[in-house]
Design a protein around this ligand. Structure first.
Ligand code: SAH
Length: 354
């Protein structure tokens, strides 16, 4: 883990930290404003603090977290993947995507991933370590600053959406991810002030953690990576299914949907001749109707290629038939517009290699 950073701390904890450093408590608010509102961690810019305090406080509370290794772009620059190096050499990636009506950053919650889904590049390398709260928040702050500064074509803009769909399983790094969600959504000077409804947490389906998340009473969107409605195939596609099978995951998702009133996204990477059969579409439809009713939205993701995998996306007519059948069962289902395939930035392609 990196050294403690301001973004690891709640506002009251920041006040304590500042006090312990022999400074006035109100400095906590000033530092928070610099970081979360002005999106700056540069002590030089903190001209409302005396020079000596500035150096001491910044030295203690803004340790460097992420160095840019490189940016790679596609879609005329509106999709940008960044490779970051953490203090200990760990590599992670995040992806910024600008659309006409919104801008989304896809952040990593772990370096690598321990879930071992065989069709996902991140899963192939195993888990290196959890990211700290501040390392997660820093990906968002830097994305927000890039948008404000007009780093993407289209001029200055605003970062509107955060998705925990980068490297890692967010709910396997529960406490740090939840703290990061609070830093992202708390109003100034506590956090970045982005609405909870604009944050999506995606999970392979760690049922107990979904139930815990439900009890937090947040309004974030939940996405569940289901990929098939039957336990037999899911045991191989999403190995944690051996622990928490489909019915239990969907019951946990139902609990979340009912308590928030928000639709749960069901992610379904469509793989040729694996999970794309008409009968699986029908089974998916009936199962989701039973567990979630109108509170489900299926996102079909045409499988993105990953190194060494023999699997492939389904042919378009098969995909269309799949979507049609799920909709026919009364469950909303659309194909996700996936970005960044040519720069290995799309779903399941993040490997953070130099
Ligand atoms: N671990 C979390 C967060 C990652 S989100 C989760 O699994 O939900 C990344 C999404 O992309 C997941 O739905 C994942 O299953 C999906 N995915 C992984 N590999 C993929 C691939 N090769 N093509 C399309 N989607 C993929």
């Amino acid at each position: 883990m990196p050294k403690r950073h301001l973004a690891d701390l709640s506002l009251p904890e920041r006040v304590d930290a500042v006090r312990e450093l022999g400074e006035q408590p109100f400095r906590a608010k000033q530092l928070s404003h610099h970081y979360f509102s002005r999106l700056s961690a540069d002590p030089e810019a903190m001209t409302d603090l005396p020079v000596a305090s500035r150096e001491r406080l910044a030295g203690e509370l803004f340790p460097p977290l992420l160095d840019t290794v490189r940016h790679i772009e596609c879609d005329n620059g509106t999709t940008r993947k960044t490779l970051w190096r953490a203090h200990d050499g760990t590599l992670i990636e995040s992806v910024l995507m600008r659309y006409p009506d919104r801008t989304t950053v896809c952040v990593s919650s772990q370096a690598g991933c321990g879930m071992a889904c065989p069709f996902c590049a991140t899963g192939q390398g195993g888990l290196q370590r959890n990211l700290s709260t501040a390392e997660i928040v820093e990906q968002v702050r830097l994305a927000a600053a890039a948008m404000r500064d007009g780093a993407l074509p289209g001029g200055p803009g605003r970062l509107s959406n955060i998705v925990f769909m980068g490297m890692g399983e967010p709910l396997a790094n529960y406490k740090r991810v939840l703290d990061a969600v609070r830093r992202i959504t708390d109003p100034d000077p506590g956090g970045l002030g982005i609405s909870q409804r604009s944050v999506t947490v995606s999970t392979v389906g760690l049922a107990p953690a979904i139930r815990k998340l439900t009890a937090e009473g947040l309004q974030v969107r939940l996405a569940v990576s289901l990929h098939t409605p039957d336990d037999e195939l899911r045991d191989t596609l999403v190995p944690v299914n051996n622990r928490w099978p489909v019915a239990e995951v969907l019951e946990a998702a139902r609990g979340y949907a009912e308590s928030t009133g928000r639709r749960v996204s069901i992610e379904y990477a469509l793989i040729r001749d694996m999970n794309d059969q008409p009968w699986r579409a029908d089974l998916l439809g009936s199962l989701l109707r039973k567990h979630l009713g109108r509170l489900a939205h299926v996102n079909v993701i045409p499988l993105n290629p990953t190194p060494g995998s023999k699997w492939d996306a389904s042919p378009k007519p098969v995909e269309q038939e799949f979507v049609r059948r799920v909709n026919e069962a009364g469950v909303a289902c659309t194909v996700r517009d996936t970005r960044g395939q040519e720069i290995a930035a799309a779903c399941g392609q993040l490997a953070a290699e130099e």
